[in-house]
Design a protein around this ligand. Structure first.
Ligand code: DMJ
Length: 648
C-alpha cells in the first residue's frame, strides 16, 4: 500500500499510521464533497438531483437565451471582467456570449436536432395534442385569471380605432410613388416571403429556422413556448399584405400556441417577442383571439415581480411562477435592459384588461430607478432585486443597458406626451450619456463608449446602434435649443454605424467595433466579427429617413439589402455569418426570429411612405412590434380623431 512506503511514519492500529489515516479520511471527505457538488451540474430532469436539491427562490439559474449562459459559467461567471459585453443589450443576453456559446450549443443543438429529426413524428404528435388541448386550457386560465389579474377584457376596439389620428395602413398601404423605391420595397417583401416559406417548410412550430440543416431550433429562452418566429412575424406579414401567410400564422396561434408551458423563460424575451407580438397583432387586426392569448400570457409573468423591491428577476418558470436571477449576473442581480424593457407592453396589458396591476408593476420599477442615486447621473447595468442597490458600475448603451433608455422616451411618446416623469428621466439620462460616454474618434466618428466605474472602454456594440433612432425620435421634445443638436447627434451616430458596415468586406457590420489601438469602427477581436441578422443599424436608418427625408438613408438601407442577399441568403432561408471581414463567408445556420420581426420590417418601412404605421400614432417596442399611442382622454370620452381617409 502506498502509505506504508512513506518514510519516517510509525505504523498504528489496522496497519495504518495516524497520518496515513488522516490523509485517507481527507481523501474520502473530498470525494464525498465532489460527488455532492456534481449534483449541481446534472440536468434538472435527473431524479437524483430533484431529491437532493429542491428549488429555492435564490437558486441561480443556468438556463440561457440563445446566448446560453452555461458558456458564461464555464468562463468564470464570478469574474466581472468576463461579464463585459456578454449580455447583449436591449436586454437580450449576450453578444460575446452568443459567440462563446456557439460551440457548446452546437453540440447540444446537434443532439437536439438529431432528436428532433429522429423524434419528429413524436414531437408532431405532442404538438398536435397540445393543438387540441391548448385553446380550451387557455380559456380555463382566462376564467381563473378573471379572479386574478385580468378582470375586464371589454376593451372597445372601435373606439380605439377612432382615437388614432390616421389610418394605420395609410392611404394605400404606404405604397411609394417613386418606381425605384417601390421596386426595392417589393424586393424586401420577397425576402420576407422567402424567409417565411422556408421557416414554414422546415421549422413550422419551432422557434427559429436553421436554414443550412433545414430544421427547427427550439432553444431554452422562452420557457417551452414555441413558434417564436410565427408570433414575431404576425405584424410584418400583415403590414406587407402577405395575407395567406398571415392567416396561416394566425391559425397556428389560435390552435397551437400552447401557453401552458412549464419551463424557465427569460422574462424580457417573452415580453418583447410574445407579449409584444400578440399585442401588436391585436391592435392592427382587432382579432379578439390575440387579446385573449396575450392576457393569459401577461398574467403568467406577474410572479416575477414578487421580490423585496418589486424589481423582477430575469428568469421565470411559466408554470410555477418561481423566478430566479440569471446564474451569470453578479450577486443575483437583475439587468437594467431587462427589467427596464417592460413598460410599453405592461401599460397595454393594463389598457386591454382594464386592470391597473401591470402598470403598477412597471411604475414601481420606475419609482425605484428615479429615486436611487446614480453615479454621474448614469444608470449602471446591474441592480439587486433584494436591496434595490446597484451591484456594479458598468454603464452601456449597448448590451445590458440599451432598451431601458429606448423605453423611457417611447413611454413618453406612447402616453401621448403626458408621461412627464419618463420625459424628464430620458433627457437627464441622455445628458449624462453625452457628458460621460459620447466620444469623437481621431478620424471624426462620433460613438458611444462604455463606462466602467469612470474608465472608458472605447467600443460600441452593434446593439448600441439603435441609439441613432432613439435620439432622433426624441429630438423634437427636448429643450428647443437642443433640437438641432439632437438631430446632429443622431445623424452622427447613424453615420458611424454605417461606417462599421462599409468598412467590412461583406458590407455588413460586426457585433462590436472599436476606437482604440488605431481602430476606427472596426472589430479588432475575432470574437466580435460576427453578424447575426441584427436590425439596429437599419432601425436607425428607418427613423432617420422618417424624420429627415435625407435620401442617403434609403441608399444605405439598400446597401444592406444587397449585402444580406449576397452573404446571408442561402438555399433555405437567411443565416447569420461568422466573420463580416471574410471574403468567403461561413454561415451560423440560424435565421433569428428578430430578422422577420425587425430587420425586414424596418427595411420595408424605410421603402414605404410615412403613412404606413405613422409615428404620430404608433411606437415600436424593442422587437419592432408597433403599439398604439394611448390617448386617454379620447378613449375615456366620446373620442374620435380619425380623419376617415382610411384604406381599411
Ligand atoms: C432583439 O431581440 C431586440 O431588438 C432586442 O432589444 C435586442 N436584440 C435583438 C436584436 O438584435
Amino acid at each position: 500500500m502506498v502509505f506504508r512506503k512513506l518514510p519516517g511514519v510509525s505504523a498504528s492500529g489496522m496497519g495504518l499510521r495516524l497520518s496515513q489515516k488522516f490523509v485517507f479520511l481527507l481523501f474520502l471527505s473530498g470525494l464525498v464533497t465532489l460527488c455532492f457538488g456534481a449534483l449541481f451540474f446534472l440536468p434538472d430532469s435527473v431524479r437524483l438531483k430533484r431529491i437532493f436539491l429542491s428549488k429555492t427562490e435564490s437558486q441561480p439559474v443556468t438556463v440561457g437565451s440563445e446566448n446560453d449562459v452555461r458558456e458564461h459559467l464555464k468562463k468564470g461567471a464570478k469574474d466581472p471582467e468576463h461579464l463585459r459585453g456578454i449580455t447583449s443589450a436591449k436586454g437580450e443576453t449576450s453578444t460575446k456570449l452568443k459567440a462563446l456559446s456557439r460551440k457548446s450549443s452546437v453540440t447540444n443543438e446537434a443532439k437536439t436536432d438529431k432528436k428532433v429529426a429522429g423524434g419528429e413524428a413524436l414531437e408532431d404528435m405532442m404538438l398536435s395534442r397540445s393543438k387540441t388541448d391548448s385553446a380550451s386550457k387557455d380559456e380555463k386560465v382566462t376564467s381563473s385569471s378573471n379572479q386574478g389579474a385580468n378582470t375586464d377584457t371589454s376593451f372597445d376596439y372601435n373606439k380605439f380605432q377612432k382615437c388614432l389620428l390616421k389610418p394605420h395602413l395609410g392611404i394605400e398601404h404606404g405604397k411609394p410613388s417613386d418606381p425605384q423605391t417601390l421596386q426595392r420595397r417589393e424586393k424586401v417583401k420577397e425576402m420576407m416571403k422567402f424567409a417565411w416559406d422556408n421557416y414554414k417548410s422546415f421549422a413550422w412550430g419551432r422557434n427559429e429556422l436553421r436554414p443550412l440543416t433545414r430544421n427547427g431550433h427550439i432553444g431554452n429562452m422562452f420557457g417551452g413556448l414555441r413558434g417564436a418566429s410565427i408570433v414575431d412575424s404576425l405584424d410584418t406579414l400583415y403590414i406587407m399584405g402577405l395575407m395567406d401567410e398571415y392567416n396561416d400564422a394566425k391559425e397556428w396561434v389560435e390552435t397551437s400556441l400552447d401557453l401552458n408551458s412549464n419551463g424557465e423563460a427569460s422574462l424580457f424575451e417573452v415580453n418583447i417577442r410574445y407579449v409584444g407580438g400578440l399585442l401588436s397583432a391585436y391592435y392592427l387586426t382587432g382579432e379578439e383571439m390575440f387579446k385573449r392569448k396575450v392576457m393569459v400570457l401577461g398574467e403568467k409573468l406577474l410572479p416575477a415581480f414578487n421580490t423585496p423591491t418589486g424589481i423582477p428577476r430575469g428568469v421565470i418558470n411559466l408554470g410555477s411562477g418561481t423566478s430566479w436571477s440569471w446564474g451569470w449576473a453578479s450577486a443575483g442581480s437583475s439587468i437594467l435592459a431587462e427589467f427596464g424593457t417592460l413598460h410599453l407592453e405592461f401599460v397595454h396589458l393594463s389598457e386591454l384588461s382594464n386592470n391597473g396591476i401591470y402598470t403598477e408593476k412597471v411604475m414601481n420599477i420606475r419609482k425605484l430607478l428615479n429615486k436611487i442615486e446614480k453615479p454621474h447621473g448614469l444608470y449602471p447595468n446591474f441592480l439587486s432585486p433584494v436591496s434595490g442597490n446597484w451591484v456594479q458600475h458598468h454603464v452601456s448603451i449597448g448590451g445590458l443597458g440599451d432598451s431601458f433608455y429606448e423605453y423611457l422616451i417611447k413611454s413618453y411618446l406612447m402616453s401621448d406626451k403626458t408621461d412627464e416623469e419618463a420625459k424628464k428621466m430620458y433627457y437627464s439620462a441622455l445628458e449624462a450619456i453625452e457628458a460621460n460616454l459620447v466620444q469623437k474618434s481621431p478620424g471624426g466618428l462620433t460613438y458611444m463608449a462604455e463606462w466602467r466605474g469612470g474608465i472608458l472602454d472605447h467600443k460600441m456594440g452593434h446593439l448600441a446602434c439603435f441609439s441613432g433612432g432613439m435620439v432622433v425620435i426624441g429630438a423634437d421634445d427636448g429643450a428647443p435649443e437642443k433640437r438641432q443638436h439632437y438631430l446632429d447627434l443622431a445623424a452622427e451616430i447613424t453615420h458611424t454605424c454605417h461606417e462599421s458596415y462599409s468598412r467590412s468586406a461583406t458590407k455588413l457590420g460586426p457585433e462590436a467595433f472599436r476606437f482604440d489601438g488605431g481602430a476606427e469602427a472596426t472589430a479588432t477581436r475575432l470574437s466580435d466579427r460576427y453578424y447575426i441578422l441584427r436590425p439596429e443599424v437599419i432601425e436607425s436608418y428607418m427613423y432617420m429617413w422618417r424624420l429627415t427625408h435625407d435620401p442617403k438613408y434609403r441608399e444605405w438601407g439598400w446597401e444592406a439589402v444587397e449585402a444580406l442577399e449576397q452573404h446571408c441568403r442561402v438555399e433555405a432561408g437567411f443565416s447569420g455569418i461568422r466573420d463580416v471581414y471574410a471574403q468567403t463567408v461561413s454561415h451560423d445556420n440560424m435565421q433569428q426570429s428578430f430578422f422577420l420581426s425587425e430587420t425586414l420590417k424596418y427595411l420595408y418601412l424605410l421603402f414605404s411612405d410615412d403613412d404606413l404605421l405613422p409615428l404620430e400614432d404608433w411606437v415600436f417596442n424593442t422587437e419592432a412590434h408597433p403599439l398604439p399611442v394611448v390617448r386617454k382622454s379620447c378613449l375615456q370620452g366620446e373620442g374620435g380623431t380619425h380623419d376617415k381617409t382610411t384604406s381599411e
